[in-house]
Design a protein around this ligand. Structure first.
Ligand SMILES: Nc1ncnc2c1ncn2[C@@H]1O[C@H](COP(=O)(O)OP(=O)(O)O)[C@@H](O)[C@H]1O
Ligand SMILES: [Mg+2]
Length: 209
C-alpha cells in the first residue's frame, strides 16, 4: 500500500487431505480470502510454497495459473458471480467450454449437476430470475463442472438469510460426502464451520488453532 508492502499471511503451514471438509475461520481481515486466492492460483505468494498432489505449484504466467485453476480448482464466491446474460445451464457448462470439452457431453453433465443441486426445473432461468440461494446453487454446480479435486468457497453463505444458509451448507456437506470432494470453506460463521470435519482458525494472518 502506497509503496509499502502489506504483510497479510505469515508462517502459514497448512495441509489438506484429499476428501477433507475444512472450515477456514477468522475475523474479517484475518486473511481468509487471501489464502484461498493463493491456493487457487488467483494470486501468488511473495514467499513460501504451495504443493498440490506432491508437486510445487509455481505458475510462470497468468495463463498457466488459469489452466491449473480450470483443471483442478472450483471456486464458489459470496456474491455468486454468475454471468448475467447466460441462463443457469449455460453458466454451469461455461467452464467446460473454456476447456474446449465436447459440447454435448458438457451439457449433459451440466444438467446432471443442476439436478444434483436441486435446480432441475430452473435450467433456463437467467440469474436475475433466481433467488440468492438458487444462484449460489448454480455457482456450486459450475464449480463442479470440470470435476475439480478441490472446491474453495469464500463466504458462500455470506449473502443469504439463515434458512437458505442452512440449505446451502447441507448441500455442500452432501456433495462432499457423495463426490469425495475436498472442500475448503472460508467463513466467519460458526454455523457453517460446525458442518466441517476440521476448523482452521486464522488470526492476524497466522494459523492460530
Ligand atoms: N487488494 C488489496 N490491497 C491491499 N490490501 C488488501 C487487499 N486485499 C485485502 N487486503 C488486506 O489484507 C488483509 C486480509 O484481507 P482478506 O484476505 O480479504 O481477509 P478476510 O477474507 O479474512 O476478511 C486485510 O487487512 C485487507 O485489508
Ligand atoms: Mg474474505
Amino acid at each position: 500500500m502506497a509503496g509499502q508492502p502489506l504483510t497479510v499471511l505469515t508462517d502459514v503451514d497448512l495441509a489438506l487431505e484429499r476428501g477433507e471438509f475444512v472450515a477456514l475461520q477468522g475475523a474479517s481481515g484475518s486473511g481468509k480470502s487471501t489464502l484461498l486466492q493463493l491456493l487457487g492460483g488467483l494470486d501468488a505468494p511473495s514467499a513460501g510454497e504451495i504443493i498440490f498432489k506432491g508437486k510445487s505449484v509455481q505458475h510462470q504466467t497468468p495463463q498457466a495459473a488459469a489452466i491449473f485453476r480450470g483443471l483442478h480448482i472450483g471456486f464458489v464466491f459470496q456474491a455468486y458471480h454468475l454471468l448475467p446474460d447466460l441462463d443457469a445451464l449455460e453458466n454451469v457448462y461455461l467452464p467446460a467450454q473454456v476447456q474446449r470439452a465436447p459440447q454435448t457431453k458438457a451439457v449433459a453433465r451440466a444438467r446432471e449437476l443442476l439436478d444434483a443441486v436441486g435446480l432441475a426445473n430452473r435450467m433456463t432461468h437467467l440469474p436475475t430470475e433466481l433467488s440468492g440461494g438458487e444462484q449460489q446453487r448454480v455457482a456450486i454446480a459450475r464449480a463442479l463442472m470440470n470435476e475439480p479435486e478441490i472446491i474453495l468457497a469464500d463466504e458462500p453463505t455470506g449473502n443469504l438469510d439463515t434458512g437458505t444458509e442452512a440449505e446451502i451448507i447441507a448441500l455442500l456437506a452432501q456433495l462432499h460426502r457423495d463426490r469425495n470432494l475436498t472442500l475448503l470453506v472460508a467463513t466467519h460463521d460458526d454455523v457453517v464451520a460446525a458442518a466441517a470435519q476440521r476448523i482452521v482458525r486464522l488470526k492476524d494472518g497466522r494459523v492460530a488453532d
